[in-house]
Design a protein around this ligand. Structure first.
Ligand code: DGL
Length: 256
């Protein structure tokens, strides 16, 4: 049987957000082959039940592994919080890398004492984030801001739409000039980095993409799974939402 994605790295998210991670993965590992699956027909994940996100993540990972993927990147903070530990236990033979809110780099950055953490309601509610906040946020002021509706609006692709800006204003407008840094704890948010700094001020933003790329490289190297090819890698896009328009949107987000 011909496996369509043998030797590929499978990357998934609820939708376009994971492309902010994919860009770093490709930069770090330019010779690898990637297949990106965006579950846009089911986005957003961040307001669904934990069980739903777990089952859906498992289905997606099953499909990617059935097609021959050699490693999985969960390019979604929400799915990582819910499903990464279970999936790693279930598929111990495959490297499964997740992404988490970049609170550690934010707290290690000089002068960053008051930190906003923007993420989905699920991510901020679950133990994984609570532990992260206890570990890295103890001597900083860490302000979690659940952002229901935000990933959904980014998913529509029109990032300067008044809808996006009004929601952002209602979520973080009160912190204008009041914080030293912002953790983008959802992989959709790097696409509205400019709009966020226009509201809170010109402060550093932190996301988990770079750390995830380094982690993927380490995990592949450990298991001798890095590609031997010196030629340029490839990126393929798949979506649960039918139609060329969605894939064109993914390519635009990847190229921007
Ligand atoms: N991009 C995802 C995350 O990092 C999920 C956003 C959503 O679907 O709610 O959390």
């Amino acid at each position: 049987m011909q496996l369509k994605y043998r030797g590929y790295i499978g990357v998934f998210d609820s939708g376009v957000g994971g492309i902010s991670v994919l860009r770093h993965l490709v930069k770090t590992l330019p010779n690898e082959k990637f297949v990106f699956f965006g579950d846009s027909a089911n986005a957003p994940y961040g307001e669904k039940s934990r069980d739903w996100v777990l089952n859906r993540s498992r289905d997606i990972v099953d499909n990617l592994l059935d097609e021959g993927a050699k490693a999985i990147v969960i390019a979604c903070n929400t799915a990582t919080s819910v499903a990464a530990a279970t999936l790693r236990a279930d598929y111990a033979h495959v490297p499964i890398i997740g992404v988490e809110p970049a609170l550690k780099p934010a707290t290690l950055a000089p002068g960053v004492d008051r930190i906003l953490v923007m993420a989905t309601p699920i991510t901020l509610r679950l133990d994984k984030y609570q532990q992260l906040a206890r570990r890295w946020g103890a001597d900083r002021e860490v302000i979690p801001v659940p952002c229901p509706g935000l990933a959904d609006r980014i998913e529509r692709g029109d990032l300067d739409n008044p809808d996006v800006l009004e929601l952002l204003e209602s979520l973080i407008g009160r912190y204008r000039g009041e914080v030293d840094g912002v953790v983008l704890g959802c992989t959709h948010y790097p696409f509205i980095a400019r709009q966020i700094t226009e509201i809170v001020g010109n402060v550093p933003l932190f996301d988990g993409a770079e750390g995830t790329a380094r982690q993927l490289e380490r995990r592949l190297a450990e298991r001798n799974l890095l590609t031997k090819s010196a030629g340029p890698g490839t990126v393929e896009f798949l979506s649960s939402r039918e139609g060329d328009e969605e894939l064109a949107l993914y390519r635009r987000f990847f190229a921007d």
